[in-house]
Write a protein that binds this ligand. Structure first.
Ligand SMILES: NC(=O)c1ccc[n+]([C@@H]2O[C@H](COP(=O)([O-])OP(=O)(O)OC[C@H]3O[C@@H](n4cnc5c(N)ncnc54)[C@H](OP(=O)(O)O)[C@@H]3O)[C@@H](O)[C@H]2O)c1
Length: 511
């Protein structure tokens, strides 16, 4: 690994440092990286936000977040004070002219102290509506001119449709080179998501059967047990299709469907992913009702607790049409995948929190066993579990012990936890380190984001034009709306209902 790039003198400017993302994700990840010695000694964080705070108050506030969310658990005094000495805070309203001038001065001071020009990461931890004005002010303050040293990180959501994503890309590339922009999708920082690439391309076993001749269909499920929590206002504007499918689920789909890369260069991987997005069959508006399902949760019971419906959540309209569940059936029109359906689904307030990819293989071409042996026969299936219990399992048939020939499906399992020692770094650790190394492999390029929006555009248009008449159409604590079952049942298939062990239940509730 290229440690040296991360160890260069580094200034991380968190724009919007008084917010939730900084508190829950960014600073705990930086703390863990620092504690594992991935960061340079010459490393500072400058938090900018309009909240009135001094360095001490900022550090105290962040410590609470680190205590709760660092993978090391609570901080001890010594470790914390060493790390905290690298944290600084500037109160400013960066939306007003001159808002960034104190930051420019602060960065120059740091350069003088170090006697070196540091790399500077601007992390825009701000609401999407603030990006335009912030970029304008950063441009005015001439903070981003050095193309080799300055990186700018833009959080999701990246636009809310194709038009706004294009406008945002134009805005960013007006001030920055594409190589300076890191569009983050934290899903890509997850170990198990990256492991899909290792599994597919570091093993000769799979490639010969990884296509339409052997694979019947693919399912990608990202299921959540939580509701919208405090994000009602955002979710009202977003919905599950925008919030999850256009980014996270499509990233996974790309990794499953992409052609083998020639190298692990950032652009090579990203080119192969964009090829997949371009090959996804355009959904005709007249067919949206056949290939797309939306749902919204009503009240229900989860783990013995009564939970409200979406429309009763804070900051949600009484008659809201926002979907909290979405499922799509897609086709990737190329030689490898022609006519193999990819079913993707995501939802909130479901039975459990599970993310997994299920690759269903075709049945054997000829069944030589007597009918009595086949009672429980099922085709082969490969399941890549992304969370909670990360791993891979392969289902195959075995002879049931006994005097008669009876076949029964069994699972061969690989568990990350059992196979590898040590804690798994959080997704944000991996991504922050990659930004400091200048490695954009796990970040979305402009064309990738736009291609993903193009795929969902027809569905967004139809759903935006026709209000759902049946919302809420699934009860909290179930696996989602019946229409999603119908979507897949029409093809003679069914969703794989994830098996949740008691261990996993415990792990999830402690997350
Ligand atoms: N939170 C998460 O877990 C999470 C996860 C994935 C992605 N994201 C994305 O990350 C971004 C940040 O999310 P967040 O939850 O941290 O948002 P947030 O809690 O609203 O934080 C934004 C911060 O920026 C400050 N701010 C806004 N306008 C300002 C201005 N003109 N001058 C100075 N400070 C200003 C806000 O101050 P006020 O409070 O005074 O407005 C707030 O402290 C969003 O794009 C979000 O979609 C967040």
């Amino acid at each position: 690994m290229e440690v040296s790039a991360a160890l260069k003198p580094t200034v991380v400017v968190i724009v919007g440092a008084g917010g939730d993302l900084t508190w829950r994700k960014l600073v705990p990840a930086l703390y863990d990286l620092f504690s594992d010695k991935w960061l340079a000694d010459r490393f500072v964080v400058i938090g900018v936000d309009r909240k009135e705070m001094r360095d001490d108050g900022f550090r105290e506030h962040l410590r609470e977040g680190v205590d709760q969310f660092s993978r090391r658990g609570r901080t001890d005094e010594k470790a914390w004070s060493t790390f905290a000495s690298h944290l600084n805070y500037l109160t400013t309203d960066f939306a007003i002219p001159g808002g960034f001038s104190s930051l420019s001065d602060r960065v120059r001071e740091q350069e003088k102290t170090w006697g070196a020009k540091p790399q500077i990461v601007f992390y825009l931890a701000i609401p999407p509506t603030m990006v335009e004005v912030t970029m304008q002010q950063m441009g005015e303050a001439q903070l981003c001119q050095d193309r080799d040293r300055v990186h700018v990180v833009v959080e999701k959501p990246f636009g809310r449709d194709l038009i706004s994503a294009r406008a945002l890309n134009r805005l960013l590339t007006g001030t920055l080179a594409e190589s300076q922009i890191y569009r983050i999708d934290h899903y890509l920082g997850k170990e198990t998501v990256q492991n899909i690439l290792a599994f597919r391309f570091a093993n000769a076993l799979l490639e010969p059967i990884w296509d339409r001749r052997y694979i019947d269909h693919v399912q990608i499920s990202v299921m959540e047990r939580v509701g919208v929590e405090h994000r009602g206002a955002y979710y009202e504007q977003a919905g599950a299709l925008r919030d999850m499918i256009q980014n996270h689920l499509f990233q996974i789909l790309c990794m499953i469907a992409m052609e083998p890369p020639v190298s692990f260069q950032a652009d090579e991987i990203r080119n192969k992913k964009v090829d997949v997005l371009h090959a996804i069959r355009t959904i005709h508006p007249d067919l949206v009702h056949e290939v797309a399902v939306r749902g919204q949760y009503g009240p229900g019971w989860i783990q013995g607790e009564h939970v409200p419906g979406y429309r009763a959540e804070p900051n949600v309209a009484l008659g809201s049409s926002s979907e909290t569940y979405a499922a799509l059936k897609l086709f990737v029109d190329n030689w490898r995948w022609q006519d193999v359906p990819f079913y993707v689904r995501t939802g909130k307030r479901l039975v459990a929190k599970v993310s997994e990819v299920s690759i269903q293989f075709r049945p054997v071409p000829h069944q030589p066993f007597p009918v009595e042996a086949l009672g429980e026969w099922q085709p082969n299936r490969l399941v890549i579990r992304i969370q909670p219990e990360e791993g891979i399992s392969i289902r195959f048939q075995a002879k049931q012990p006994g005097l008669a020939m009876r076949l029964r499906p069994v699972d061969m399992r690989f568990s990350y936890r059992e196979a590898f020692d040590g804690p798994t770094p959080a997704a944000y650790e991996m991504l922050l380190l990659d930004i400091m190394r200048g490695d954009a492999t796990l970040f979305m390029r402009a064309d990738q984001v736009e291609a993903a929006w193009s795929v969902v555009s027809p569905v967004l248009d139809v759903w935006g034009a026709v209000a759902p008449m049946d919302f809420p159409n699934y009860q909290a604590g179930t696996w989602g709306p019946e229409a999603a079952e119908v979507l897949i049942a029409r093809d003679g298939r069914s969703w794989l209902q994830p098996a949740i062990s008691e261990d996993e239940e415990e792990k999830e509730s402690s997350e």
